[in-house]
Design a binder for this molecule. Structure first.
Ligand code: PSU
Ligand code: MN
Length: 306
């Protein structure tokens, strides 16, 4: 396995010395945001992790290897290069054996983070059960990966391009604890509200760390999905977003967009049609999630090593 992992020296040093680490994904850079804001965001999100006392490890695939921790040049490359694959679990062996450049989704990032021994991961939004899944069977591998891999995922909840209710049901079936930070309602990415009560609520990073320790010490394998509501002053009005989502879904149908292309297509459509406010909210909430993930990583390290 080590033949396929390249761990940046700063990250390796952190692993060796029990310094908290936060994994970050790269699909958001290559397929989730336009250049140059994708690169600016990837770099400033790394700084948000550092500010809380943890080391960032952005993960991507290149030259037949999984990179854990990227240089500024590499982040620039994944932000600019037009032919980067969106790599979920099923794409990993092909992209690696063909030495293609690949940006990793939540599922693939979790798996690679876990191979490197990293337990805490921050992202913007996860994949989930799509609207109409009872017909199209479109359920993200992010969810099945969370059932198996011991990495805590901090996100801003589930975007309403997905079916939030079905996604919560699926997470329950897979035995994945869903914990909202600091409020009782489960958030929906652009908005702190969703209309769904969160299955669990925790108000401090210390309590999150304690719960992670119990889960994994007991051999209860899999992720914890930690939902961190977008800061109130960055929320996008739910009705406005719903209108954009309806239009994006209609455009996807018209253009026959399905499979792995659908999530990036919907995100781009919404960003292009919302005068940038959805992109601003997206960037704000990723910083917010990275900070919380770093606080949890610091608390988790204390829980385990003191
Ligand atoms: N949702 C977002 N932003 C994203 C993604 C999802 O709000 O960037 C990306 C993540 O990388 C996630 C992936 O893991 O899309 C899910 O894709 P799919 O539904 O094809 O599994
Ligand atoms: Mn899908």
């Amino acid at each position: 396995m080590n033949n396929y992992l390249v761990i940046k020296s700063e990250v390796q040093e952190a692993i060796d010395n029990n310094i908290p680490i936060v994994a970050l994904e790269s699909t958001i850079i290559s397929h989730g945001m336009p250049f140059p804001r994708n690169v600016e965001t990837a770099l400033s999100v790394e700084n948000a992790v550092r500010k809380e006392g943890a080391i960032p490890a952005t993960i991507a695939i290149k030259d037949g290897k999984c990179f854990v921790g990227l240089t500024i040049d590499e982040i620039n490359y994944f932000g600019k290069e037009p032919n980067v694959w969106k790599v979920s679990l099923r794409d990993m062996p092909y992209v690696i054996s063909h030495k293609l450049p690949g940006a990793t989704t939540v599922a693939a990032t979790m798996r690679i983070a876990s191979m490197a021994g990293i337990k805490i991961f921050a992202t913007g939004g996860i994949g989930g059960v799509h609207r109409g899944a009872e017909m199209n069977m479109d359920i993200s591998a992010d969810l099945t990966e969370m059932a198996n891999t011991n990495v805590a995922v901090v996100s801003a909840g589930v975007k309403s391009i997905l079916d939030i209710g079905l996604t919560l049901e699926y997470l329950e079936t897979q035995g994945i604890p869903v914990v909202t930070y600091g409020q009782s309602e489960f958030p929906s990415f652009y908005s702190g509200k969703s209309g769904f009560i969160s299955p669990l609520r925790i108000d401090t990073a210390d309590e999150m760390a304690k719960m992670l320790k119990v889960k994994w010490t007991m051999g209860l394998n899999g992720a914890v999905l930690i939902a961190n509501p977008v800061p109130a002053d960055q929320e996008v009005d739910a009705q406005t977003i719903e209108t954009h989502i309806q239009q994006a879904l209609a455009a996807a149908k018209e253009n026959d967009i399905t499979g792995k292309k659908i999530t990036p297509f919907l995100l781009k459509h919404i960003a292009d049609h919302s005068k940038g406010e959805s992109l601003d909210a997206n960037i704000a909430l990723i910083h917010h999630n990275a900070s919380l993930a770093a606080k949890i990583a610091v608390a988790f390290e204390k829980e385990n090593n003191h």
